[in-house]
Write a protein that binds this ligand. Structure first.
Ligand code: DC
Length: 219
């Protein structure tokens, strides 16, 4: 382990700007960026393609045992992508209406969360092996469950109109509030502001301002 490896956990609801912030912060610090929402999307896509229901824990475990998870790192972009059975799922598929509509149900399944917990904790070793000085991991339970001892924990917030406008700008139809309701009320690892996290409401801030604001917390 390098002497000063830094883990930054960024949590928050749908369309609060987590991905842009985490990606920008990672590039600014030259840390490895990991988007855990894409992990849940990748497993949702796999299950939908194999017609495995979100409530069928045994079928999900069997499917995962035949489709091992891996990681592809883009060193220049400081970004890690999940691979399922050796390939990175296409972004358009991960963000399709079918995945948007179903991902919260699969993310509530303990068999899915268990598989991803182990995988996500392992991303720290991936970052170290690739020579990064830190990790910026974004999701819903990073500061609470995956890395509760992270050196810095951020809980991102934005008002409802700002979030809806961001999704519309991305050309996406996504039931943000319904997804947040499901994510916040599930039994396993619900979306919550983790203990020790700093709340950042970015409704009135530009992306560079948010990135600088968080980077300044490290010094
Ligand atoms: O960040 P996103 O919108 O791409 O996340 C997709 C879904 O994955 C979201 O509805 C909840 C789930 N998720 C989760 O339960 N835990 C995480 N750490 C990340 C995402």
């Amino acid at each position: 382990m390098p002497p000063t490896f830094t883990t930054i956990a960024i949590d928050g609801g749908a369309a609060t700007g987590k991905s842009s912030t985490a990606r920008g912060l990672a590039a600014r610090l030259r840390y490895l960026h990991v988007d855990t929402g894409s992990h849940y999307r990748a497993l949702t896509l796999l299950c939908l393609r194999h017609k495995v229901a979100a409530c069928d824990a045994n079928a999900i475990r069997a499917l995962l045992s035949h489709n091992p998870l891996g990681t592809e790192v883009d060193l220049a972009a400081c970004d890690a992508k999940i691979t399922v059975d050796g390939s990175v799922p296409a972004d358009a598929d991960l963000r399709s209406d079918a995945v948007n509509a179903n991902v919260s149900q699969y993310a509530a399944q303990p068999a899915v969360r268990e598989a991803l917990k182990e995988y996500q904790r392992g991303q720290k070793n991936v970052a170290i092996a690739k020579g990064f000085g830190g990790l910026v991991m974004e999701g819903r339970d990073i500061g609470s469950v995956i890395f509760p001892d992270a050196e810095l924990k951020i809980f991102l917030e934005a008002d409802e109109a700002t979030r809806a406008a961001r999704r519309a700008k991305d050309g996406q139809t996504d039931a943000i509030l319904e997804r947040d309701r499901l994510d916040s009320t599930r039994k396993t690892a619900p979306l919550t502001c983790p203990e020790g996290a700093i709340r950042v409401n970015n409704s009135q801030m530009s992306l560079p301002e948010v990135i600088e604001h968080i980077a300044a917390m490290l010094s």
